[in-house]
Design a protein around this ligand. Sequence first.
Ligand SMILES: *[C@@H]1O[C@H](CO)[C@@H](O)[C@H](O)[C@H]1NC(C)=O
Ligand SMILES: *[C@@H]1O[C@H](CO)[C@@H](O)[C@H](O)[C@H]1NC(C)=O
Ligand SMILES: *[C@@H]1O[C@H](CO)[C@@H](O)[C@H](O)[C@H]1NC(C)=O
Ligand SMILES: *[C@@H]1O[C@H](CO)[C@@H](O)[C@H](O)[C@H]1NC(C)=O
Ligand SMILES: *[C@@H]1O[C@H](CO)[C@@H](O)[C@H](O)[C@H]1NC(C)=O
Ligand SMILES: *[C@@H]1O[C@H](CO)[C@@H](O)[C@H](O)[C@H]1NC(C)=O
Ligand SMILES: *[C@@H]1O[C@H](CO)[C@@H](O)[C@H](O)[C@H]1NC(C)=O
Ligand SMILES: [Zn+2]
Length: 576
Amino acid sequence: MRRMSDYQPLREERAFLQKKSKRVLPALVVAIGAIIGLASLTVYKFSYTGDKKDICTECGIYGPLKPAFTNSLDEIMYDSEYKRGVIDKLAGAIQIPTEIFDDTPKPSPDLAVWKNFQNLHIYLEEQFPLLYKTLDVENAGGYGLLYTWKGSNSSLKPLVLMAHQDVVPVDPNTVGSWTHPPFSGFYNDTEDLIYGRGTADIKDMVISHLEASEKLIKDGFKPKRTILISLGCDEEASGACATDLAKHIEKRYGRDSIYAILDEGGGVVERNGSFFAVPVTAEKGYLDAEITLFAPGGHSSVPPDHTSIGILSKLMASLENDTYQILVNETNPAFDTLKCFTKFGAIQDKNIEKHLIEGSIEKLEATLDYKPEFKYLFKTSQALDVISGGVKANALPESATVLVNNRIALHSSVNETLEHILLHVRDTANRFDLGIKVLSGRDATEDNSVSLKPDTVNGRIVIKLLDPLEPAPISPTIGSEVWNIIAGTTVSMYKEKAFGGKEANVYVTPALSTGNTDTKSYWNLTKKIYRYSGGLLIDGTNEHTVDEKNSGRSLISSVAFMYQYISNVDFYSTES
Ligand SMILES: *[C@@H]1O[C@H](CO)[C@@H](O)[C@H](O)[C@H]1NC(C)=O
Ligand SMILES: *[C@@H]1O[C@H](CO)[C@@H](O)[C@H](O)[C@H]1NC(C)=O
Ligand SMILES: *[C@@H]1O[C@H](CO)[C@@H](O)[C@H](O)[C@H]1NC(C)=O
Ligand SMILES: *[C@@H]1O[C@H](CO)[C@@H](O)[C@H](O)[C@H]1NC(C)=O
Ligand SMILES: *[C@@H]1O[C@H](CO)[C@@H](O)[C@H](O)[C@H]1NC(C)=O
Ligand SMILES: *[C@@H]1O[C@H](CO)[C@@H](O)[C@H](O)[C@H]1NC(C)=O
Ligand SMILES: *[C@@H]1O[C@H](CO)[C@@H](O)[C@H](O)[C@H]1NC(C)=O
Ligand SMILES: [Zn+2]
């Protein structure tokens, strides 16, 4: 690794911003949102004199990596005509409404929803002619796209760049609230903003992967290491497309056959004149538990003291009364983010700062547990999200159902989450003399359930586990070549070629996501998964809601990052 130990000395930062800034909802995944959002909370004046340098030594600080291939770098970053061209390419992709719904049927050429994907494919082929001439392009998982840019040395593991083509639907009731129509891709030059569904989640990354590659091909770049671009088609629904793409890649190259994966998730935020890069190195786990209480029906003129609805309500109340334990584990990437952001002023919270300086984890846990923006980075969440039961005023409800959505903490597991639910289910079942059954999988029937307590005349509680997912393995950071190239490329781009021409401080820190990406299907392929675009993230991009937008500068910074990253990996990496 060249120039990796080239740490830049940094001034210790002691002063605090003393103005109140507006709280803004930041871009991308909720978790990153949480962390970054805090950066703009009310700032306190206080006289605590601890030294922030004691929070962590050298955290976040990396030296720049000299770009290996610079032919078009200045054009990409500073040529306004070029920028306008890339914005137009994104706008065209936004105009094709590749909306995906929870009940969208399986891919089929005859269905209107999937026609949009066919049109998008035609559009991409038109926009990136060199790429389509040079790379192999295949379909997998229906309308998933897999591009193969063959390297000259087949003993090097391929690099995988991911994103997804689908977008969440626009609610027809809110179309009128958009500043510019949601599928216009309208660009306001004065604001440097592109409006439309998918501008921030995540057609910007689809375009930046393809544009960076197109530009590299045009500039005569020929990779030694194979590069795969893998674009899912239903990330916002089941993610089945990504599963097929991953299986396809595993079949072709084998298990643990991939050098590294980059996907959506993190980027670079600007705070107080410095840049903070947050590649996401882990994701929380997931469990939807559908709990149904079956009880005898009958005429409601002679009801029992508690109907199925009443009993289920007690169960729900007792679940909500027992939240999960917070745990700050130093292996949790969110802890790295907290330290780096606090040390360098992107988070300004006097209590968090004090506990970090003193290294008092218990006090830190107690403080974080009161902060909704932070606590779920360190504990499992539970939310009662869907409920149903009963059909008629004069009939006792024969069943009542609640869906509990859990995002599982890194230190926990699906098993531990289920045990927590079962604690309360057992208690309820004992109190009201009911049976208990557990079913695994969306399509499971009671014939293949596990019975934990036999049914009684009063009925039974059935827990159906939907979409269980363990927390993601934590990707390597310090000491890993893959991480160092990501960090060095970022520092070089934002420091030496900082937008606006001024030299800026650049910090790089691992981060955690509370949501999941298509990478959840790619664990067999590599341990090195980074949810990171390298692009600048702006506040208020409004993913999944009205007025989703992104800046031209953000789009261009992603293209510039990918242009450098692809060529840096090829030049600097020594890992086969
Ligand atoms: C572009 O943005 C500016 C500044 O917000 C605004 O004044 C102008 O009306 C916008 N233009 C259009 C066409 O929406
Ligand atoms: C809530 O939990 C506390 C202790 O964790 C317990 O004392 C209390 O009885 C519980 N309340 C309900 C309504 O379950
Ligand atoms: C912290 O995480 C590591 C690695 O996952 C684990 O071995 C350790 O037990 C955890 N510590 C606590 C206190 O949970
Ligand atoms: C904000 O940036 C200025 C200039 O780089 C620096 O002196 C100051 O310490 C920073 N503020 C915080 C809270 O880190
Ligand atoms: C959780 O794991 C423990 C230990 O392996 C096991 O005994 C228990 O049955 C598991 N619980 C569930 C609900 O699967
Ligand atoms: C990963 O490998 C395991 C074991 O071979 C297999 O059961 C699983 O389906 C694979 N996962 C994916 C997403 O392909
Ligand atoms: C291909 O890569 C392998 C692994 O790094 C290396 O040993 C080999 O020399 C390379 N072959 C060529 C022709 O460069
Ligand atoms: Zn997305």
